[in-house]
Write a protein that binds this ligand. Structure first.
Ligand code: HXC
Length: 261
């Protein structure tokens, strides 16, 4: 597919890479960009050869937010009637394969929220995260107040969201927003992220999707319900071909050749 605002490629076996590519606006997330992103995510999610997806931006900006110029003229009525921003939930609600955010530069407002919707984040130490919506007279609108608060706790989230101040990639690592902070610039960041994505994509895709699903359940269910859900899915995987392939390969000291079934 040819897109205007994103680039797609398969730089490693099993890995779909989506690069946000609207450099003139620091990857501000206008509606057409998000439509393209959702389309690319759906295609990779349905592609049997893809096991993991990476979303990245440029060295200077992962994404500087929703498009402020597009939002400026909106009214309550148009935003409500058209359910503005609702398509942004596609990633979190519907994409079943792992999605990793590789964040260099600005990840502000909707850019921070997009990163938080991904399954985990790798970033550079001088990446700049923040929820500056208060400075524009609004609140975060794509889950920032909810996801950030669950990760870093209420006190830190209030401090950040009520002041609109930024936090660094280094802080993101210390607070658990980012899984890893990579030394160097965008190139080193992307290399490390792709390495991780390749590792994930090298496992049984059935098992990968199931592992993502059970971790996500921990965010929605009580501990007891979550543990029971995990056990049921664990049981279900004994119905997959790849469980036999994986366990037989271990016993025979061979490398598993996954069927992804
Ligand atoms: C539209 C944007 C933009 C944005 C940058 N640009 N961010 N356009 N929406 N969010 C445009 C600028 O207007 C400018 O266009 C070009 O990108 C380069 O930006 P500069 O400001 O000249 O760059 P710089 O001086 O380096 O400053 C970088 C910056 C600043 C600090 C990131 O651009 C900035 O503060 N941006 C807005 C950040 C923000 O408030 N984000 C949250 C948005 S609200 P021209 O045409 O002048 O060259 C939000 C709500 C989400 O995301 C809720 C629902 C999803």
């Amino acid at each position: 597919a040819s897109y205007e605002y994103i680039l797609t490629e398969t730089p490693k076996p099993g890995v779909g890479l989506i690069t946000l590519n609207r450099p003139k606006a620091l990857n501000a997330l206008c509606s057409p960009l998000f439509q393209e992103l959702n389309d690319a995510l759906s295609k990779y999610d349905q592609d049997k050869d893809i096991g993991a997806i990476v979303i990245t931006g440029s060295e200077k900006a992962f994404a500087a937010g929703a498009d402020i110029k597009e939002m400026a003229p909106l009214t309550f009525s148009s935003a409500y009637s058209n359910n503005f921003i609702a398509p942004w939930s596609h990633l979190a609600n519907n994409i079943r394969k792992p999605v990793i955010a590789a964040v260099s530069g600005y990840a502000l407002g909707g850019g921070c929220e997009l990163a938080l919707m991904c399954d985990f984040i790798y970033c550079t130490s001088n990446a700049t995260f923040g929820q500056p919506e208060i400075k524009l007279g609004v609140t975060p609108g794509a889950g920032g107040s909810q996801r950030l608060t669950r990760i870093i706790g209420k006190s830190r989230a209030m401090d950040l969201i009520l002041t609109g101040k930024n936090f660094s990639g280094k802080e993101a690592g210390e607070w658990g927003v980012a899984a890893r902070v990579i030394d160097g610039g965008k190139e080193e960041l992307l290399a490390e992220t792709l390495k991780t994505a390749e590792t994930i994509a090298g496992y049984s895709h059935v098992a990968v999707v199931a592992n993502k699903e059970v971790v996500n359940k921990s965010q929605e269910l009580s501990l007891r319900e979550g543990v029971e859900y995990e056990r049921r899915l664990f049981h279900a995987l004994f119905g997959s071909k790849d469980q036999k392939i994986g366990m037989t390969a271990f016993a025979e000291k061979k490398k598993a050749e996954w069927s992804h079934e």
